[in-house]
Design a protein around this ligand. Structure first.
Ligand SMILES: [Zn+2]
Length: 317
């Protein structure tokens, strides 16, 4: 899941009235758009001008991360990978400052709830390959930052994977796992290139793999996990209904599908809701959901920690 820094800070500051100062912004209604265009507008509306720089403190970042862990604990989650990518945090606190604050929040969360966690550094495509490489190098040189993986997100259609090969190589050199948002706003080609050009260990979303039978076979044979977020796809208007989501088809073809909450506050998703909907809308049994949880733990970037936390035997790698 994404940390959603500004939304969580805003919620933190709600206690000081931040949320009610929303001005009308001159952007079109998110509902008139779909896919990444809608996501961008939702994010903008959710944060623009409402979170003053002064809220970006080490203590606040640690606090919102701890809250994320506490909320996960209420859903019986045992291991979380927190994606951190907000540019303002990196700019205002420095890459190290931001990531160390997140690590501190994760430690506090682990102490109070027992939920284990890792950090994934998220790089946004449209900010370009140089910034991506700089972020990775800064984070990789900071052991206390506790980063376990790199994620490439953002505008899939206009920023092809090859641009980020250097950032991914640096991440691999640091011993991180690599997950690429692909096959969400673009088709199967984006997933193929994420695997071949960037060496993705996992695919963020990736549901559009279903359009290419050869890719479905490849994912299944190589056990490459897909981080599916059906509610997110529905809310962004890229899948028509839960029932029509390719989760079922991909699962039946042996793809290592996992369920995820993506941007929980922005898109109103929780992991429990995803599991419930999977049972209700697509007839998954408890054993199927256990299998997905096994895929998730097995694909985790701190695999041993995740497997121990979940207490599930490893799925076939
Ligand atoms: Zn995402």
């Amino acid at each position: 899941m994404h940390l959603e820094t500004s939304l969580r800070l805003c919620r933190l500051a709600d206690r000081a009235g931040c949320a009610d100062t929303r001005e009308p912004y001159l952007i079109s209604d998110p509902k008139l758009h779909h896919g990444y265009d809608r996501l961008r507008r939702l994010r903008y509306l959710g944060r623009a001008a409402r979170v003053p720089d002064s809220l970006y403190t080490i203590e606040n970042i640690a606090r919102i991360t701890e809250e994320l862990i506490e909320e996960a604990a209420t859903k019986n989650v045992r291991y979380v990978e927190v994606r951190v990518g907000g540019r303002r945090g990196f700019t205002l606190l420095g890459v190290r400052g931001m990531l160390q604050a997140v690590a501190e929040g994760r430690r506090r969360g682990a102490r109070s709830t027992g939920v284990a966690s890792s950090t994934i550094l998220t790089v946004v495509r449209e900010r370009g390959p140089e910034e991506a490489l700089e972020l990775v190098e800064a984070a990789a040189s900071c052991e206390e930052c506790g980063v376990a993986g790199l994620d490439i997100s953002g505008d899939e259609a206009n920023f092809p994977p090859a641009l980020f090969a250097r950032a991914c190589n640096a991440a691999r050199d640091a011993g991180w796992g690599i997950t690429i948002h692909a096959g969400e706003f673009s088709g199967p080609a984006s997933i193929w290139t994420a695997i071949y050009q960037l060496g993705a260990n996992r695919i963020g979303h990736g549901f559009r793999a279903v359009e290419d039978p050869e890719l479905v076979d490849y994912l299944s044979t190589h056990g490459i996990p897909l981080e599916l977020c059906p509610t997110s796809n529905l809310r962004l208007g890229i899948v028509r209904s839960w029932r029509e989501h390719p989760l079922r088809t991909l699962f039946d073809h042996g793809v290592h599908v996992t369920l995820n909450s993506d941007d929980p506050i922005l898109l109103g998703a929780t992991l429990s809701d995803e599991f419930e909907a999977a049972q209700r809308e697509q007839g998954f049994q408890d054993a199927d959901l256990e299998r997905m949880t096994g895929y998730a733990a097995n694909g985790a970037f701190h695999r041993d920690v995740a497997l121990a936390a979940v207490g599930t035997p490893a799925a076939t790698p």
